[in-house]
Design a protein around this ligand. Structure first.
Ligand code: CA
Length: 232
């Protein structure tokens, strides 16, 4: 499958129509998808139903105020990691502190330049991108999440023990290279001896049973060790 470029989707929570439209215009121009919410209640509903990459949140909102919306979002698994940039008209230092203390990723005081908002959004999205890249390892159809310790093979979630996870990840991070038995033992168990040598084979056997058709990629190199093969 060719990689498709992901266009970031931003939820813009702002009750003043003119300001909302001005921000939306600049965000669209910068290449983002924008969905507008004009009160806090709708904002929470939209955030629970859709997948947003970032939320621009005005604090002074009708129905449910911005800080309450923010706490709701941070309290739910689905939305807790979405970067939030807060907006406020008050411009008081105490608001800024309260916003950042509550865990907002950034904060802007009205009136602000929409271009500056775009720059701050870019900065937040690039942080997320970097974090994602460093802990997600993809090899062919295998995906390792080193933070959540989850593993999928061909899009299917497989339960690996932490030892199996470490073992397979190490092999996959060095594709098409023979890993000696002692290297694997040291990497995963911290040392190598004959007892663990048999344990290694048992774990490899279990991994092969768990990864389905990907088992073919794991080669036993007789007298040497193991290798994960990837076609060029
Ligand atoms: Ca407002």
């Amino acid at each position: 499958m060719p990689p498709t470029e992901h266009i970031p989707h931003i939820l813009l929570v702002e009750d003043e129509p003119d300001i909302a439209e001005l921000i939306r215009f600049h965000l669209m121009k910068a290449g983002y998808y924008v969905t507008k919410a004009h009160n806090g209640k709708i904002a929470i509903e939209l955030a629970m139903e859709n997948q947003y990459d970032l939320i621009v949140l005005d604090l002074m909102l009708p129905k449910v105020d911005g800080m309450t919306v923010f706490r709701e979002l941070r309290g739910k698994t689905k939305t807790k990691d979405i970067p939030v940039i807060m907006l406020t008209a008050k411009g008081q230092a105490s608001d800024r502190v309260a916003g950042l203390e509550a865990g907002a990723d950034d904060y802007m005081t009205k009136p602000f330049s929409p271009k500056e908002l775009v720059l701050r959004i870019k900065k937040q999205l690039s942080h997320v991108q970097k974090n994602k890249q460093s802990h997600i390892i993809k090899i062919d159809g295998l995906v390792f999440d080193k933070v959540k310790l989850t593993f999928t093979a061909g899009g299917e979630r497989m339960d690996l023990t932490s030892t199996e996870f470490k073992l397979l990840l190490f092999l996959c991070e060095h594709p098409n290279q023979i890993q000696s038995r002692s290297t694997l033992l040291k990497q995963v168990w911290g040392y190598s001896d004959d007892v663990h040598s048999r344990t290694l084979d048992t774990h490899m056997k279990r991994i092969r049973m768990k990864v389905g058709s990907f088992a073919e990629c794991i080669k036993t190199i007789r007298g040497k060790g193991y290798m994960y093969t990837v076609e060029d």
